[in-house]
Design a protein around this ligand. Sequence first.
Ligand code: ZN
Length: 241
Amino acid sequence: MELLKSLYEINSKSGYEAEIKNFVLGQLADVALSVEEDSFGNIFITKGVAGSYSCVSAHLDEVHAPVEKSLVVDGDMIYAVDVAGERTGIGADDKNGLWIIIRLLHDKPLLKVALFVQEERDGEMAGCRGSKACSLGFFNDVRYILAVDRKGDSEVVTVGKGDIRLCNDDMFPLDVLQKYGYECVPGGRTDVVALKERGLPAPCCNISCGYYNAHKPDEYSKFSHLEKALAFVGELLEKIV
Ligand SMILES: [Zn+2]
């Protein structure tokens, strides 16, 4: 849980992702990786050498402005309060995705990872700015993308906002879905939806990673749900070829 708390302690409001980027890459300093940053600030990581890769994605930014806050761990639940004792957001959307990716890059011998900046809508600016601006070339040898940027602990979004089909539901082995209590559902907009709109051929989806009340002051995470998401994604990476 210490790694997760460290991520929550860093503010990464959209457009100000430098600190969280350095932290994430610092956590991976002992892993042999190829890391590229594009001119927009998105990060693309490759671990191992293969003809093709599975890929996991998350976004580096959060909606919340920086405030002085203290993290509270109450059993399985993690949230934050400000100096007045009022609840304040932690950016679990999508630092939970970053936590999963740091763990996977330590464990898996072969993996590609995309970390997008500026996913969140910001005032008049539309969301998914990083994923709209990036080159799609990194994904040419990617078989599929599992985004970890969905609330809750039981959903695999396979149809994005605007009726964008991300993948066929039968891509996911039923026994693995049932083992972890996940099901395929339609959902909202995130980076993989933007990539799909731009013509990405690879199937993709967006997986629940244990955060709740995203974008709100009473945002919180359930650590056991985050750990379950890591195990689920880890098993999908083994089973989906
Ligand atoms: Zn998100």
